[in-house]
Design a protein. Structure first.
Length: 461
């Protein structure tokens, strides 16, 4: 195949080299942003008089027609093409002839690919944020129905203190809220235009970079052409955000896996989002949750890969940079699918609230409240802790639960215990009294939910 850069070469490129250096298999998906950016570039070249307006018009019309043909499946890319940029230029030449060769005036694939990648990522971030937002909406709506659903709260995976299911679900809301904030912040730095940097040093043609930036929706132009064609920090930054989203999802996935075991029994995952076993007829496996948990490894790998690819690269463009898109696209796809599937799985889950309640009864997760009771009567907390520790030991030895003790039994440990001590350690009470802002009482969680609703109602990213 003839090369766009074939002029100075006497011998054909070795096939193995062609295959090794080609990126069309990965970057084909950039076609739409590539054409959009080329149209903006051509329009600007026409405006500043580098191209005649007829030339610009013919290029723009040709590109628009190609875009439509690709979108409607009438064009398949040559799998042996070098990359998406050369392939689209070839298609344009096929369609409009030699004038197509004027499109690449004052442009290099170096600033072209950086521009395409930023456009594609910007839209990927927006789509991902939408997906996260939908999951957050589900969390808030479901939380609101479970303000009074009590389950054990855990530390060290040991029963610690009772919390509400609402409170537990909302913890994930806030993780995802920070994820979205990080993505939005990352988007600001993605959204600058490299085009006009040309190969590395800028160009002698009188370009209007601001015009191109405006047409493509960029907030500004990259200030340094060497930096613009050779940094991929915006890719790394996105991958770091993506790795955190996956890390958060993996924690939720792990809980669904645990909670759907008979030992916990807190949740039943729907048949439509689980899979069976080829040998054990009774099985229903949480494979979706496991794959979300497992795919964190991929995205963290993408982040690591991009960082190592970038490390110690001399300025400016180097072919190493072509590898960025493999990492980027893998992460974009993986995170988006994972968020969507998490949402699907959760939206069909059955919460076993009776099991949650049973798990709290007799689990001593109200011991702190018995100590707090003594503290309110003036006992130093350390001493109260000691007293209640002995009460717990008494219960363990006698096979009793804390909330079943009578006042006279409690009084053997401290005469400050009165009848209301028994009331103070009922699970409902224990939940109700944690009214501090951010606490698990229904009132406090209701407030948390109201704040959350403001945040997701007030912005679209
Ligand atoms: N396929 C290349 C990439 O993704 C395009 C830029 C090639 N530039 C070059 N000077 N060979 O990075």
């Amino acid at each position: 195949m003839s090369k766009l850069w074939g002029g100075r070469f006497e011998r054909e490129t070795d096939r193995a080299v062609e295959a090794f250096t080609a990126s069309i298999g990965v970057d084909a998906r950039l076609w739409e942003v590539d054409i959009r950016a080329s149209i903006a570039h051509a329009r600007m070249l026409g405006r500043v008089g580098v191209l005649t307006s007829e030339e610009a018009q013919s290029i723009i019309a040709g590109l628009q027609a190609i875009a439509q043909d690709i979108a409607e499946g009438r064009i398949t890319f040559n799998p042996n093409a070098e990359d998406v940029h050369t392939e689209i230029e070839r298609l344009l030449t096929e369609r409009i002839g030699a004038v197509a060769g004027k499109l690449h005036t004052a442009r290099s694939r170096n600033d072209q690919v950086a521009t395409d990648t930023r456009l594609y990522l910007r839209e990927g971030i927006d789509a991902l944020c939408e997906e996260i937002l939908r999951l957050q909406e589900w969390l808030v709506n479901t939380a609101e129905q479970h303000l009074h659903t009590i389950l054990p709260g855990f530390t060290h995976l040991q029963h610690a203190q009772p919390v509400s299911l609402a409170h537990h679900l909302m913890a994930y809301f806030w993780m995802l809220q920070r994820d979205r904030e990080r993505l939005r912040d990352c988007r600001r730095r993605v959204n600058h235009l490299p085009l006009g940097s040309a190969a590395l040093a800028g160009t002698s043609f009188p370009l209007d970079r601001e015009m191109v930036a405006q047409e493509l929706g960029f907030e500004g132009v990259c200030e340094n052409s060497l930096d613009a064609v050779s940094d991929r920090d915006f890719v790394v930054e996105f991958l770091a955000c993506a790795a955190l989203v996956m890390t958060h999802l993996s924690r939720l996935a792990e809980e669904l896996i645990l909670w759907s075991t008979p030992e916990f029994g807190f949740v039943e995952l729907d048949d439509s989002v689980t899979t069976g076993s080829s040998i054990m007829p009774q099985k229903k496996n949480p494979d979706v949750a496991e794959l979300i948990r497992g795919r964190v490894g991929r995205v963290v790998g993408d982040l690591t890969g991009a960082l190592v690819m970038l490390k110690a690269l001399p300025l400016s463009y180097n072919r190493d940079l072509q590898e960025d898109k493999g990492f980027l696209f893998d992460a974009l796809d993986t995170v988006r699918d994972s968020v969507a599937l998490m949402h699907l799985m959760l939206s069909r889950a059955q919460w076993r609230t009776e099991r949650m309640k049973q798990a709290v009864s007799g689990d001593f997760s109200n011991a702190t409240d018995l100590a707090d009771y003594l503290v309110r009567k003036g006992v130093p907390f350390r001493q109260a802790h000691e007293v209640v520790g002995r009460v717990v030991q008494y219960c363990l030895k006698g096979g009793r639960t804390l909330e079943s003790l009578q006042v006279d039994e409690l009084r053997q440990f401290s005469d400050l215990f009165d009848a209301d001590a028994v009331q103070a350690i009922q699970p409902e009470t224990v939940l109700q009294v944690r009214r501090t802002r951010g606490g698990t009482s229904p009132d406090a969680v209701q407030e948390q939910i109201a704040h959350a609703r403001q945040l997701i109602g007030g912005d679209n990213h």
